[in-house]
Design a protein around this ligand. Structure first.
Ligand code: TYD
Length: 211
């Protein structure tokens, strides 16, 4: 049986990833493909438990290294128990965030640097890369607006970091996309959900031709 395809949606806070992941999974399903829609951190019971520890940390919160290790541990379980088995069954996997979130948040914007995050991914998940990473870019003012509307001014431990951090996250995502133009599609997230969805379907089209 042919291995399925793996698509990750990435971007900063409030870029509309979750909506787009849902629309993409639905569109692929309508083409007769079996699709597993998932998210990170999370996607398995163990990884969802780690998600709670990361987004609502006990005590004084995590040091940068511990935070990166927890994300890598959650991803390791997600890849081993859900993503790889689905791909091996021939299913398509659409994930709302994957390793490039760790590269951008913990690596680029945080203290760890890209090399360390990539090394953790090699240990935890055999270095699995999506067939395509869709980076949805949104402008800063819109992001701040959406963040305020979504959280009522209160965010989780990572979403709530200052604008400088989120700016570095966006720059890191852009840099990784520029370094790997074949692996990424960069999408302008400023249109309506339908407009953005249309661009994503165009980016995914080459994967569909090879099915
Ligand atoms: P979530 O509520 O899923 O955020 P969003 O709706 O913006 O996608 O929370 C995930 C948070 O965790 C978000 O702030 C990004 C952060 N994150 C990392 O810092 N590193 C990672 O590897 C992942 C997967 C997420």
């Amino acid at each position: 049986m042919m291995r399925g395809r793996f698509i990750a949606l990435e971007g900063g806070e409030g870029a509309g990833k979750s909506t787009q992941a849902r629309l993409l999974a639905q569109a692929l399903g309508e083409r007769g493909l079996k699709v597993d829609l998932t998210r990170e951190p999370g996607g398995t019971p163990g990884a969802e438990a780690i998600r709670n520890l990361l987004l609502d940390p006990p005590g004084e919160g995590w040091e940068a290294e511990a935070e990166a290790l927890l994300f890598a541990a959650a991803r390791s379980d997600h890849v081993a128990r859900r993503i790889r088995p689905a791909l091996e069954r021939g299913e398509w996997v659409v994930s709302d965030r994957f390793v490039d979130s760790s590269r951008a948040y913990q690596g680029g914007a945080g203290a760890l640097g890209d090399e360390a995050v990539v090394a953790l991914h090699a240990i935890g998940s055999g270095g699995l890369r999506p067939d395509l990473t869709v980076l949805i870019e949104a402008d800063e003012a819109r992001v701040a607006e959406r963040l305020a509307a979504r959280d009522g001014g209160e965010s989780d431990a990572i979403g709530g970091r200052d604008m400088g951090y989120h700016r570095r996250v966006a720059e890191a995502f852009r840099r990784y996309a520029e370094e790997d133009p074949g692996g990424f599609a960069v999408i302008d997230g400023s249109g309506t959900p339908e407009e953005v969805h249309k661009q994503i379907m165009q980016a995914v089209a080459p994967l569909l031709e090879r099915v």
